[in-house]
Design a protein around this ligand. Structure first.
Ligand SMILES: [Zn+2]
Ligand SMILES: [Zn+2]
Length: 129
């Protein structure tokens, strides 16, 4: 395949002519941020679809995309490319906030406790004594 004609088999996206040329063949689609899981870490062929699940903020504030394979569940990290769809990146980064792994009532309880002392810091000091 020509490395400059990227075509996403998952969402059908091809870069518009006005977009900067994609220098290297990306391992994920800059539009849907998904990719094909060719091979697992143990060398077994997979063929699942890598779905974007989260963002890691690196030491230099650059972003790394975390993907999970829909088939085998393996996690993979991939460098965020300048061509990547910023709307998709933000929605991936916001995903855990939209669906927290704890009941939201707990958050309200903690806020009430913190309210007694005026701040969370006061709350923790009370615990240490
Ligand atoms: Zn795509
Ligand atoms: Zn897989």
């Amino acid at each position: 395949m020509n490395k400059n004609t990227f075509h996403c088999p998952l969402c059908g996206w091809t870069p518009a002519p006005f977009m900067p040329e994609i220098g290297e063949m990306p391992d994920h689609c800059p539009n849907c941020l998904e990719g094909r899981h060719d091979q697992r870490e143990d060398g077994v062929e997979c063929g699942g679809i890598l779905k974007p699940i989260s963002i890691i903020v690196e030491k230099d504030d650059s972003w790394t995309l975390v993907q999970r394979c829909s088939l085998c569940g393996e996690l993979r990290q991939t460098r965020v490319l300048p061509e990547d769809n910023p709307v998709m990146l933000l929605s991936v980064a916001a995903k855990p906030l939209a669906n927290p792994p704890f009941p939201l009532e707990r958050l309200e309880q903690m806020q009430k406790l913190a309210g007694v002392r005026g701040s969370m810091e006061g709350y923790y000091h009370e615990e240490e004594k």
